[in-house]
Write a protein that binds this ligand. Structure first.
Ligand code: TYC
Length: 101
């Protein structure tokens, strides 16, 4: 009965799986009114007036601005809803998503 090893030779390495986060990005355009962008940011992303204005003006000046990060599903749903709100009002407002590094 030599060589029978009862203890497991490998140990399970517990690893906490964190879902990768995705950025929602606001893209500037020349047509959507500033106030409308602010309203959508407040409604869809629960930003305060001040936060929404800062995000809007950053996108306006720099071309894009990260609005917030979420799990992939939530980021995509919010980006689609916010983009659709612009479309419904006749504006080319665009929100995209991108995985965080
Ligand atoms: N550039 C727009 C204007 O001057 C305002 C605007 C800001 C539109 C940010 C989109 O993501 C945007 N009316």
């Amino acid at each position: 009965m030599a060589g029978i090893e009862l203890r497991p030779q490998t140990r399970a390495k517990p690893k906490t799986q964190r879902p990768k986060l995705h950025k929602v990005i606001l893209v500037n355009d020349d047509f959507t009114p500033r106030e409308f962008v602010v309203r959508v940011l407040k409604a869809e992303f629960r930003l305060s007036e001040d936060q929404a204005y800062r995000v809007m003006i950053t996108a306006h000046r720099r071309g894009v601005c990260v609005v917030a990060v979420f799990t992939r599903d939530v980021a995509e749903t919010k980006a689609t809803r916010a983009t659709d709100a612009g479309k419904a009002a006749g504006y080319p407002l665009l929100f995209t998503t991108e995985p965080e590094e």
